[in-house]
Structure formats: structure tokens, C-alpha cells
Design a protein around this ligand. Structure first.
Ligand code: 5AD
Length: 349
């Protein structure tokens, strides 16, 4: 590690901010020593806020039907080989019941942009969950909707919303998405969600096609400014039925490095060790936690649909990734010195 890189890491840990040029330099000159130093500081920062704990969220993938055609995504509308499904509200509620018994206190309803899930249907579902389990948080991850829709869902009891910004560079956004989508509208959704009182999650993929280090530096500056409550960062992984099928997967090392950077930017952030990180490399989730992440989102979807929510090739949905195997996940975390807690796991902002 050069003295300059070392100085940048110290500056980041003290001031929680670098310039774009400094982020680019830090990423480009990183070596194993820099990565280890950064991960150690990131872990210290997370431990100081949250202790040696990991929060869990039960992820329910409610539908893989999507009106969008994002070029990277396996459930894009244009993928005719994707076997589509949609869970009924009853099926979703039984996932929640099962999850509650297993110890989950946050439920994430994630899905493609499926018009069947109208505000009326979602509001009733959210109200039912919140009435049945008032001690639980409801998180939505259902893509772009209008401000009025976000407002209704919030009023019905939704606590949090995850909507990755995907990339903070408009030209890069354009290379990942069809023409009718725009970074400007994505940003509008994110600011609406914040104004409506949601705890908001943004995030991006590492190593997505056409991504440069300058783009990543822009993502980091956006995260500095936007001050999200949560931030999802995982490697891009190609899906065989998308235009990006032949693109290389993002690096697990760089993903972990960026988890550490983001932890130092916002020590209180809720930062998942993503399924994509666990899917791209053996022990990925553990490495994520040791780099500063503090959230894991095991899969609570019905077993029969799990292999259909294929955002990318070889997505994990069994083993410790399955909510039913929480004991195994607990053991994995204990081995690295962390305890899974039964808690809503709100951000300590
Ligand atoms: N590789 C990694 N992550 C992906 N996502 C979608 N497709 C892929 C892929 N091929 C991520 C996007 C989206 C989230 C739900 O999953 O960032 O926001």
C-alpha cells in the first residue's frame, strides 16, 4: 500500500467523504493491504453502532412478472424463457406467518413491476401484516411507482422501500435500461420516498457492463449526499437469457472493498451482504459481513417458485440462503464472531 492510499483511507475514516478523484485513486491503487485495513476500519465503525450483531430480513419474492426490460435482469419482459409466477396475497401471508415463527421481524416484499399488484391490493396486504404483527417492519421493493402510490402504501403501514439507483451516471443508466426509463425519474422516486417518511434504500451493481471507476465514484458521491438508510451493493452476474449474457461477472473483492468504503461514509447505514455476493463466491456473505455489512436477507419465498426468481445465473436460494435454514446461517455467523438477532433492525440514524 502506498503512503498516499493509506492517507486516503485515514481521511475517509475521519471525514466520511472523499472527492471523486480521490475515490477513483483509492479504488485503482487498492491492494490486499489496503483492502484489509479498510475492512478493519469499516468493521470497527459498524461494531461501534450496532455491536457484533447481524440483522435478518425475510425476503418474499412476490412476482417475477415485470413490465420493464432492463438489459441486465433475468426477469426482464423480453425474456420469453422465464417461467412467470405471481404469489396470491394468501400465499404471501403464509410466508409471513412462517417467517414470524422462524424469528423474522422484517418482511421484504420484492417483485418485478407487475401491474396486478395495485395500490388497493398492496394496501390491504400491508395492513393485514401490520395488524397481525405490529412488532414487524414491512419493506417494499417493487420498483418505480408514482408519488401518490408511494404515499398510499406508506399510509397503509409500509416502513421502508428499497429502490436501487443502479448507477448515478445518466449515460451509464441509459446503457443498462431501455430508452423509456431514466435516471431522473429513478431519482425522483427516491426523493419522493424519502419525503414521505420511508426508510429508503438505494444501491448499485459492481461490475455492471460499461461501468467505469469514475461511475463508481459518482455512486459514492450520490450515497454521501442522499444519506440512504440502506444500501444494496452486489456484483453484477450475467443471466443467460439477457443481452448481457456474455459479460463478465463483477468482482467479489471490489464489492467487499466498496462495502467497506460505504460503511465509512455512513457508519449507521444498514448494509446487506447480498445474495449476489454469496452467489458469486464461496463464503461471500461472511466476507461481506467482515467488510462492514450488517444485514442478511434470507429467502422466504415458497420453495416451488424460488428457482423462478432468477435475476442472474446460479442465484442462491437454498442452504443458509433459505430462511428455513436459519440455524445454519446462525452457525456461519457465529464462526466469524457475529450473532443474528430477532429484531426489526431499524437504522440508528
Ligand atoms: N446481477 C446482479 N444483480 C442484479 N439485479 C438485477 N439483475 C442482476 C444481475 N444480473 C439487481 C438489481 C436490482 C436488484 C433487485 O437486483 O440491482 O435492483
Amino acid at each position: 500500500m502506498t503512503p498516499e492510499t493509506n492517507a486516503l483511507i485515514d481521511k475517509l475514516a475521519e471525514q466520511h467523504s472523499l472527492t471523486e478523484a480521490e475515490y477513483i485513486h483509492l479504488i485503482e491503487t487498492r491492494d490486499a493491504d489496503a483492502q484489509a485495513l479498510l475492512a478493519g476500519l469499516a468493521r470497527e465503525a459498524a461494531d461501534a453502532v450496532y455491536g457484533k450483531t447481524v440483522f435478518i430480513r425475510g425476503l418474499i419474492e412476490i412476482s417475477n412478472i415485470c413490465k420493464n426490460d432492463c438489459l441486465y435482469c433475468g426477469i426482464r419482459r423480453g425474456n420469453a424463457d422465464c417461467v412467470r409466477y405471481r404469489l396470491s396475497p394468501e400465499q404471501i401471508l403464509s410466508c409471513v406467518d412462517e417467517g414470524y415463527t422462524l424469528g423474522f421481524r422484517t418482511f421484504v416484499m420484492q417483485g418485478g413491476e407487475d401491474g396486478w399488484f395495485t395500490d388497493d391490493i398492496l394496501c390491504e396486504l400491508i395492513q393485514t401484516i401490520k395488524t397481525r404483527y405490529p412488532d414487524c417492519a414491512v419493506t417494499l421493493s417493487l420498483g418505480e411507482r408514482g408519488r401518490d402510490s408511494f404515499a398510499r402504501l406508506r399510509k397503509a403501514g409500509a416502513d421502508r422501500y428499497l429502490l436501487r439507483h443502479e448507477t448515478a451516471d445518466a449515460a451509464h443508466y441509459g446503457k443498462l435500461h431501455p430508452e423509456k426509463m431514466s435516471l431522473a425519474y429513478r431519482m425522483e422516486c427516491l426523493s419522493d420516498l424519502k419525503a414521505l417518511g420511508y426508510q429508503v434504500g438505494c444501491g448499485f451493481m459492481v461490475g455492471s457492463p460499461h461501468q467505469t471507476m469514475a461511475h463508481i465514484a459518482k455512486d459514492l458521491k450520490f450515497i454521501e449526499r442522499f444519506r440512504p438508510d440502506m444500501c444494496g451493493i452486489g456484483p453484477f452476474i450475467p443471466h443467460k437469457d439477457t443481452p448481457f449474457r456474455a459479460e463478465p461477472a463483477g468482482s467479489a473483492d471490489l464489492t467487499c472493498f466498496l462495502l467497506s468504503v460505504v460503511r465509512l461514509i455512513h457508519p449507521r447505514l444498514l448494509l446487506p451482504a447480498t445474495t449476489a455476493l454469496g452467489s458469486v463466491t464461496e463464503g461471500g456473505r461472511e466476507r461481506g459481513i467482515l467488510s462492514g455489512a450488517n444485514v442478511i436477507m434470507p429467502n422466504l419465498s415458497p420453495v416451488a417458485v424460488r428457482d423462478k426468481y432468477m435475476l442472474y445465473n446460479n442465484k442462491l436460494s437454498s442452504g443458509p440462503e433459505a430462511a428455513q435454514n436459519l440455524k445454519d446461517l446462525r452457525t456461519c455467523m457465529e464462526k466469524i464472531g457475529y450473532e443474528i438477532v430477532i429484531d426489526r433492525g431499524d437504522s440508528r440514524q
